[in-house]
Design a binder for this molecule. Structure first.
Ligand SMILES: [Zn+2]
Length: 122
């Protein structure tokens, strides 16, 4: 197995950056970026996608170009639901200013998952 992937961004080789320039004088090209496996942060789970894309722009280009195929892999045909406890609305008064002479109210809705009704499997 090779030690790298080529960036899967469909427009990667069209971006004008110095690090994409390859080839000998007279036949220079802009080349798709090479991504080495397990280079620093890429090995972390949450950055795994960057083993296949050199940056977020290439990732988004790929999604735009292949959106219908991606959706077809796991189509969402009905809404999902997360059971929650009855939401509590609470209004807090916040004070500010040199002598706390000003205030404003902010109403927040506290939302908590009802784990006793959890539908998640596993
Ligand atoms: Zn790229």
């Amino acid at each position: 197995m090779s030690d790298h992937n080529w960036c899967h961004g469909p427009q990667c080789h069209k971006q004008h950056t110095q690090d994409r320039i390859r080839g000998v004088k007279g036949s220079k090209v802009l080349r798709t970026k090479k991504i080495k496996h397990n280079s620093n942060y890429r090995s972390h789970d949450r950055y795994n996608m960057f083993n296949y894309f050199c940056n977020q722009s290439c990732l988004m280009d790929f999604i735009r170009e292949h959106l219908q195929s991606l959706i077809a892999i796991a189509p969402r045909t009905e809404a999902l639901e997360t059971p929650i406890l009855n939401p509590e609305r609470k209004t807090h008064t916040y004070h500010y200013g040199f002598n706390n002479e000003h205030s404003y109210n902010r109403t927040e809705t506290k939302i908590e998952v009802d784990n006793s009704r959890s539908t998640d499997v596993g």
